[in-house]
Design a protein. Structure first.
Length: 449
């Protein structure tokens, strides 16, 4: 199955670090970093960034209309970045042990919004009227969640030692998490759902294995009615409206369809199913489960199954369960999370296949192209939101390919190529690319609520 990759172990480690006896260091120098908002190329041209040390991180923003590049971070430590606020801003966070925690946030227009060693796990809701962050308590030795709504600080009820995880899709509730007491051999996280007035809507605990906590973020359903967790008890769906929960007798992911409250499950019969809430309707997908990844496309109309063992990709109709396409290539390479390689457009299926025979690079399948598709020399492909273009890397360059004309435009050069190369991801409007290195084949930030 395909799982988000915010590891419970990482979450617990982050909580431990933030709540340790060591005093926070808000004035700590994160070492020689390029200033936030630094442009490294003139408007209109291909942009360049300095080659960075393999032990450091590089994050930049590309304006595709002007070609301008803004360097968000370039320096030592492990950083992760993601688009937020409907793609109008980006946040970057230091996550590595031994690196002073730091948050950098910048608007896609280049406006610096935050650069702080005290506002961590910074989140902004979809409507832009609320933000949350983890900050130091009055004693300076631990961290807690702070919530601001319409510019005013809200008095949060519940666990004072929690950190924010993310707002609901509608932006009207905040999910926070905290380490919880657990028996020997176990670990646990307490999740709390807050209303924007600070009151607690719901709270629940997820039990984990201390030795192998696995992948277990809590994730919102599209409606905002449910939060899913995976732990020792299995897949639990928490109904935040009434505070109840129910255990699903199957393995599954916490990755929801983007269009409805539906999850992909593996039943005890080793069968792939789609479970829909609230009526618990199921659709069976006829496929062998072992060694596959499975995910919804952004439209929620199809499910893509990649079988790395047999080297095939199968696309199913999400409603009927019927097979609608099959390719002898793998669309979902190992650990390539947060990316849907197959998308159902109004004109038909669009796909990128990264292990296609007779194609060194990746193969693009798209309705305007002929049935054989188009082979492109490169790696790390990412669809634009409208599937009219693909970004990818070739050597140290980031290139955007226009599907209609098959023209290629270099938008950034001299980028790191080791450790998987630089990853370029699109914002929701398709106007900007976020460059991130290293990314290791997956980014936990793609799974943020």
């Amino acid at each position: 199955m395909k799982f988000p990759v915010l590891l419970a172990g990482a979450a617990l480690a982050f909580l431990t670090a933030c709540g340790s006896d060591a005093a926070p260091t808000p004035d700590a120098d994160p070492s020689a970093t390029q200033p936030v908002g630094t442009s490294t190329a003139p408007s209109g041209g291909a942009t360049t960034a300095p080659v960075v040390d393999p032990n450091s991180s590089f994050i930049a923003l590309i304006d595709l209309a002007t070609g301008d590049q803004i360097t968000v971070y370039d320096g030592p430590g492990t950083w992760r970045a993601w688009f937020e606020a409907g793609g109008k801003a980006i946040s970057a966070l230091a996550t590595a042990a031994g690196v002073p925690p730091r948050t950098v946030r910048i608007g896609v227009d280049g406006t610096p919004l935050a650069d702080s060693a005290t506002e961590l796990q910074l989140r902004v809701n979809a409507t832009g009227d609320a933000r949350a962050y983890g900050g130091p308590t009055g004693d300076g030795f631990s961290f807690k969640t702070y919530l601001e709504f319409e510019g005013e600080l809200v008095d949060l009820q519940g666990d004072p030692m929690a950190l924010p995880l993310g707002f609901s899709p509608q932006g009207d509730r905040l999910l926070s998490f905290a380490a919880a007491p657990a028996p020997e051999g176990e670990a646990a996280l307490t999740y709390t759902v807050h209303n924007l007035d600070g009151t607690v809507q719901s709270s629940f605990v997820n039990r984990l294995s201390a030795a192998n906590p696995g992948s277990s973020p809590a994730t919102w359903s599209p409606s905002g009615d449910y939060v899913a967790t995976i732990g020792l008890d299995g897949l639990t769906l928490n109904d935040i409206r009434g505070g109840g929960s129910f255990l699903v007798p199957a393995n599954g992911s916490t990755e929801w369809s983007r269009t409805e409250d539906a999850l992909i499950l593996v039943t005890s019969a080793n069968q792939l199913q789609i479970l829909r809430l609230p009526n618990l309707e199921t659709t069976v997908l006829q496929v062998e489960v072992e060694g596959i990844t499975a995910s919804f496309d952004p439209s929620g109309r199809v499910v893509t199954v990649s079988d790395a063992t047999d080297g095939i990709t199968i696309v199913f109709d999400a409603n009927s369960g019927d097979r609608i396409a099959e390719w002898h290539s793998v669309a979902e390479i190992a650990n390539n999370l947060g990316f849907e390689p197959v998308i159902m457009t109004d004109d038909g299926l669009a796909a990128v296949l990264e292990s296609a025979s007779d194609c060194v690079g990746f193969l693009i399948i798209h309705p305007p192209l002929d049935g054989a598709g188009q082979c492109v020399a490169g790696r790390n492909p990412r669809w634009s939101p409208d599937t009219a273009a693909v970004s990818f890397t070739r050597g140290s360059d980031v290139i955007v390919l226009d599907i209609a004309t098959l023209t290629q435009r270099t938008v950034a050069s001299d980028l790191p190529t080791t450790l998987g190369g630089t990853l370029a991801r699109w914002n929701d409007d398709g106007t900007h690319l976020l460059l991130e290195w290293p990314w290791g084949g997956a980014s936990w930030t793609d799974s943020l609520p």
